[in-house]
Design a protein around this ligand. Structure first.
Ligand code: CP
Ligand code: NVA
Length: 306
């Protein structure tokens, strides 16, 4: 059974194949109407259930449109409309849904719930973001960087701000794709040490900084994310502690010339990024958002081995 829970659990060659498939499938449907089914309808007769415990625009839309483009069908559910929201266990939910659908995507508050769902159910499970990681996002990010002409092997990517779930998946990806990652976070907002250790054990180069300027020095890519993730309670404190990590023109100027700016969105202009950067010429955020669709389709196909 192929689950897509975290990139650290998947072989580099498999991740490479997913990325190549995402790029090829995107290229094959250039100029097509968005509802047209891909050649061969690779996931015809398959149903995807999407369970959301938190809000989503891109993940919801990219999986829903993606599954339809693959010729399959989708069901959107929020945990609050399900018995899950009234205390039914993850394990019972997983066993029941496995009888109805072919694959499940979950956005969950607690990472362990997604792991438990995958372990108890009998269909592939995709992590659509948890408190710990967001691997689908990073596949789209890497696709975007390659499309912009960056050779990931030997590239330098700088993460700036909070060492959060998205940062953790960048750390997982570094040894798999051979880029080096500079993680610049405020004190108290460090990326998880166990993930850094695991990436380093796989020969990943992860350098840790407590200043944004140090992190972006020599970077080909600068990545920002919200300072207040879904589920974070201490918004005011976070905004004030992380304010020195805003990516603005000055910080972009400290990276390599022509460095690409990425942000998974939703963004907060004037908090983690200035409007001039996110809406400026170095920003690739809308290509990045579109690539969620292409990356998600390749992940769905990989999970279902089609
Ligand atoms: N980047 C991302 O996952 O966006 P959504 O929260 O809108 O799905
Ligand atoms: N770190 C953010 C990502 C949103 C897509 C969050 O978890 O809210």
């Amino acid at each position: 059974m192929r689950h897509f829970l975290d990139m650290c659990d998947i072989a580099a060659s498999e991740l490479r194949a997913i990325l190549d498939d995402a790029k090829a499938t995107k290229a094959a449907r250039q100029g097509w109407p968005k509802g047209k089914v891909d050649a061969g309808a690779p996931l015809a007769d398959h149903i995807l259930a999407m369970i959301f415990e938190k809000s989503s625009t891109r993940t919801r839309t990219s999986f829903d449109v993606g599954m339809r483009q693959l010729g399959g069908q989708t069901m959107f559910m929020t945990s609050s409309d399900m018995q899950l929201g009234r205390g039914e266990t993850i394990e019972d939910t997983a066993k029941v849904l496995s009888r109805f659908v072919d694959i499940v995507m979950i956005r969950a508050n607690n990472h362990q719930d997604v792991v438990d769902f995958a372990e108890t159910g009998s269909v592939p499970v995709i992590n659509g973001l948890t408190n710990k990681s967001h691997p689908c996002q990073i596949m789209a990010d890497l696709q975007t960087l390659e499309e912009k002409g960056l050779d990931l092997k030997g590239a330098r990517i700088a993460w700036v701000g909070d060492g959060n779930n998205v940062c953790a998946s960048f750390i997982d990806a570094a040894p798999k794709f051979g880029f080096s990652l500079a993680v610049g976070t405020a004190i108290g907002y460090e990326a998880p040490a166990d993930r850094i250790e695991a990436a380093r054990a796989e020969q990943g180069r992860i350098d840790v900084f407590t200043s944004a300027a140090d992190a972006v020095a020599g970077a080909d890519v600068v990545v920002a994310d919200t300072f207040v993730s879904m589920g974070d309670k201490d918004a005011d404190k976070r905004l004030s502690d992380l304010a020195p990590f805003m990516v603005d023109d000055q910080l972009m100027g400290a990276a390599n010339g022509g460095a690409i700016f990425l942000h998974c969105l939703p963004a907060h202009r004037g908090e983690e990024v200035s409007a001039s950067v996110i809406d400026g010429p170095q920003s690739a955020v809308f290509d990045e958002a579109e690539n969620r669709l292409h990356a998600q389709k390749a992940i769905l196909k990989w999970c279902l081995e089609t």
